[in-house]
Design a protein around this ligand. Structure first.
Ligand SMILES: NC(=O)c1ccc[n+]([C@@H]2O[C@H](COP(=O)([O-])OP(=O)(O)OC[C@H]3O[C@@H](n4cnc5c(N)ncnc54)[C@H](O)[C@@H]3O)[C@@H](O)[C@H]2O)c1
Length: 311
């Protein structure tokens, strides 16, 4: 049984083969932490896919076996994992949670929807919680945000001067980034860590500092069910009034899912699944805020090379 609907759960459902999986999610569609209902529908055909061979990866791969150091990033698991079941079968239990777990020979799980399952093991992948449980020797206290994270300003500094926080433990407050928002992801943790070090140095040498450009635009690149997934800007209209937004969607089953989020005729976010080759165009459209009202019909027309248009 896999409990949770985020990155780890989605990765594992794809990577585990030769096994029967019961996937317990609180939401109405899979992978809701990242995807909208349309994208989840696109992936629904791949739930029982047996992953055969790894695609060739053209980037440096991290390995945790020989050394310690940075997080493994997308290499936190290697290759496919096989059980001893004939084939693969994924059963999804929507809009439910675990009510009770007990252990005899097998693990017995009672769900809030009344169903009871017995399984060999349970993987709980229900996200991260900031660990804010520490004391400062001189009795001063650090400001904590409502989600439990340590509040940091745009220089990653807490309310106590010379104390900085970065990554999952912190919560960004009053950051004026139009197209960026915080999400507890290893990519952001890494960027924040490097940026915090730079901020500390600049505070120390008392020189002015500009906010790092990686906080200008939310970007996350990953892969789900063997497809490249790129999330840009306010890709799910995060923080926007949905009434003001328009969506442009192009779906080619088995190949790609493209969704652009527009507000006042300007692209503010995008979900790109598959080898769409649209990421650079979307990034530029979001950052430049070009009015595309007159181009709506052409923007996702596969017969028009829209990138040339903007060049
Ligand atoms: N290196 C990588 O490529 C990689 C891959 C996956 C995840 N991660 C990282 O690992 C961390 C944890 O990942 P994750 O998948 O656990 O978290 P996540 O934040 O991606 O998703 C958490 C999910 O759990 C659900 N949830 C929360 N409480 C629940 C409950 N009581 N019952 C059922 N569902 C519940 C939420 O609705 C959400 O869908 C994240 O920071 C993530 O960035 C890294």
């Amino acid at each position: 049984m896999i409990v949770g609907n985020g990155g780890i759960a989605t990765d594992l459902v794809y990577k585990l083969n030769g096994i029967e999986i019961i996937w317990v999610i609180r939401d109405e569609h899979i992978s809701s932490h990242f995807l909208d209902a349309g994208a989840a529908e696109f992936f629904s055909n791949y739930l029982n896919t047996q992953q055969s061979s790894e695609k060739i990866i053209k980037r440096f791969r991290y390995c945790g076996e020989r050394s310690s150091g940075a997080a493994l990033g997308p290499d936190w698991h290697c290759g496919a994992m096989f059980g001893n079941h004939d084939g693969k079968n994924v059963i999804i239990e929507y809009k439910t949670e675990v009510k009770n777990i007990s252990k005899s020979d097998l693990v017995r799980i009672e769900l809030t929807n009344g169903k009871v399952y017995e399984c060999d093991f349970v993987i709980s992948a229900t996200g991260v919680m900031p660990n804010n449980n520490f004391d400062i020797r001189d009795g001063r206290s650090i400001d904590i945000a409502s989600d439990g994270g340590i509040k940091v300003d745009w220089k990653m500094e807490t309310n106590l001067s010379d104390i900085f926080a970065a990554g999952d433990v912190c919560t960004t407050v009053d950051w004026n980034s139009e197209h960026w928002f915080q999400m507890r992801l290893w990519t952001q943790a890494r960027q924040m860590g490097m940026y915090a070090a730079k901020c500390m140095h600049y505070v120390h040498i008392k020189e002015p500092l500009l906010q790092d450009f990686c906080f200008e635009l939310f970007t996350h690149v990953t892969s789900f069910f063997g497809f490249k997934v790129i999330l840009l800007g306010l890709y799910n209209a995060q923080g926007l009034d949905k009434k003001d937004c328009e969506l442009l969607v192009r779906v080619t089953n088995g190949q790609e899912y493209v969704k652009l989020v527009l507000q006042n005729g300007r692209v503010v976010g995008a979900i790109l699944i598959g080898d769409t080759d649209l990421e650079e165009m979307c990034e530029n459209l979001i950052l430049n805020q070009i009015d595309v009202t007159n181009l709506m019909d052409d923007l996702l027309d596969p017969n028009i090379d829209i990138e040339d248009y903007f060049d």
